[in-house]
Design a protein around this ligand. Sequence first.
Ligand SMILES: NC(=O)c1ccc[n+]([C@@H]2O[C@H](COP(=O)([O-])OP(=O)(O)OC[C@H]3O[C@@H](n4cnc5c(N)ncnc54)[C@H](OP(=O)(O)O)[C@@H]3O)[C@@H](O)[C@H]2O)c1
Length: 334
Amino acid sequence: MRILILGGTKFLGRHLVDSALKNGHEVTLFNRGLTNPGLYPMVETLVGDRDGNLDALRGRHWDAVIDPSGYLPRVVRQSVELLKDSVEHYTFVSSVSVYVDFTRANLNEDAAVGTLEDKTSENIPEHYGELKALCEQEVEQGFGERALVIRPGLIVGPHDPTDRFTYWVWRFAQGGDVLVPGRYDYPVQFIDVRDLADWMIKLVEAQANGVFNATGPDKPLNMKGFVDTLVDVTPSAGHPVWVNEEFLLSQGVEEWTDLPLWISDRTGWPGFQTVNVNRAIEQGLTFRSARDTILDTLSWERSREKPDEGRLKAGLSRERELELLRAWNERQAR
Ligand SMILES: NC(=O)c1ccc[n+]([C@@H]2O[C@H](COP(=O)([O-])OP(=O)(O)OC[C@H]3O[C@@H](n4cnc5c(N)ncnc54)[C@H](OP(=O)(O)O)[C@@H]3O)[C@@H](O)[C@H]2O)c1
């Protein structure tokens, strides 16, 4: 198939490129040429800006377009309008963040999505989920039955630019006492970027349509299981020190960013990492083991350049972690 990817050079996009090429497809990239330029010298790259300059796409035809770089409905509308008569099928990468009510567990694709009162808002950090939901609607309006919407949970693995999952892998591999958050039974979900990309390419080949949640693993995993696997798999495995939520919050530890994959009870989102993926599994989504994801993330983490003296973008600094562990131990000794 001839597949156009809007983006394709940062994280999910590059794994989509790898998977499409591996499966014998002819790939074209469209991006500004800013992120990892020259990454795919053998792949046709059209240069432009999806916000206002799609000229390079005019007059061209593809069997499918995959859009992992859409965040604003106004911008997604531009590619939808331009491509709806020249491309057969449009896949939009959305997010589980579209869902409005994470007080409920096990949300499936029919659950309510967020809406924006101010439809002109372009504040992505504040309204990421609502804006993604509006982007989905643009694609569905333009492509109808030819639209495919993927709602991933946390995407992890090699080339993850956020360092959220990578923090845990890196930290346990450093050894010593590792501060871990609160509750053994806290549910954890993530998907290896390569499983997601391979499955998405299969859906594109099948010209599948509809909406799919996409996260893992297939069997429920909790924080204890996740931490046990990190201990088992990482060399010089760290020793987990379980610190309760109330203490972490009292010390100003930020959920999700300071301690990735953790959101406290206080947030009122008990269902956040319990999203239902039955539909995706029925459509062929499979999962490699967490062990493989951890090992491959570690080997990528060790091989990459670290511009900032090894400081990751997410997780606690070593100094802060030590300070918290000291305070926790003092409190326990009282
Ligand atoms: N990370 C997670 O845990 C997570 C979870 C759920 C959903 N998601 C979704 O998954 C997707 C991840 O995408 P990714 O960043 O990994 O995709 P990607 O395709 O690997 O990288 C983004 C691409 O978009 C291009 N781009 C950015 N702005 C552009 C513009 N104005 N015009 C043309 N091209 C532009 C970039 O190249 P240039 O800079 O060179 O233009 C780059 O190639 C996102 O949609 C995200 O919302 C992520």
